[in-house]
Ligand binder design. Structure first.
Ligand code: HEC
Length: 193
């Protein structure tokens, strides 16, 4: 009877700490493998679905537009508009983090660029080979984009239009920098560059 009781107590304990005479292990980490992020979107998916639309929204959110009715100074004004540009900056920042995720492919098998490229532009396969050959640069360019987008975020949080314009321009350069290496390395430089 007594041993049965002990066994029962041991079973109850087992559920909590395991019925082992050994002292509890020092680590409190669960025994299961740690959860890992899993890249599902391709780089092209991230460009088209997240980074490009968010960046376009940011670039278009501050502008001086002249129409027949006069000059329109476009900028976020309401709290909701400011919240929206803030979220777009975050989408670019976190997009950069997603680009850096180990195992993310430039394209899914058979996936093509949405528009036919110019002569000498990399296909997604060629782009993948270039990224594989120089991942450090690919990561550095992703980080550069994230850094500028963080400056843009800070400008938005201060509602500083000049800093938004300035960092918006630099953001464009960071896209271009990575594309010149991993997308259209043979395209002629724009005049004055
Ligand atoms: C770290 C590198 C990197 C950065 C930074 C980057 N891109 Fe890209 N982008 C790529 C690669 C790689 C491709 C695909 C090239 C290929 O397939 O030949 C691409 C493709 C694209 C495409 C074409 C997608 C399609 O299917 O037609 C767009 C649009 C684009 N990027 C927008 C942007 C914008 C906007 C930014 C900046 C806000 C940006 N990218 C920043 C690497 C980058």
């Amino acid at each position: 009877m007594r041993s049965m009781k002990l066994f029962g107590a041991c079973l109850a304990l087992l559920a909590i700490v395991g019925c082992s005479p050994k002292p509890a292990a020092e680590s409190t980490a669960p025994a299961v493998a740690a959860a890992q992020p899993k890249p599902v979107a391709s780089v092209l998916d991230l460009m088209l679905g997240q980074i490009d639309p968010a960046a376009d929204f940011l670039w278009e959110s501050v502008a001086t537009i002249s129409t027949d009715k006069g000059i329109e100074e476009r900028q976020p004004r309401t709290d909701a508009e400011w919240a929206e540009v803030r979220h777009k900056a975050l989408a670019v920042i976190e997009g950069a983090n997603l680009l850096m995720l180990e195992g993310r492919r430039v394209a899914h098998p058979g996936q093509q660029l949405s528009e036919a490229g110019g002569e000498g532009d990399f296909t997604p396969e060629q782009s993948q080979a270039a990224v594989d050959a120089d991942r450090a640069t690919y990561l550095a360019y992703s980080e550069a984009m994230r850094g500028v987008a963080e400056l843009l975020l800070a400008a938005i949080e201060k509602r500083d239009i000049d800093a938004m314009l300035e960092n918006g321009g630099v953001l464009d350069e960071t896209c271009e920098q990575c594309h010149r290496k991993f997308w259209y390395p043979n395209s002629p430089l724009p005049p004055g560059a």
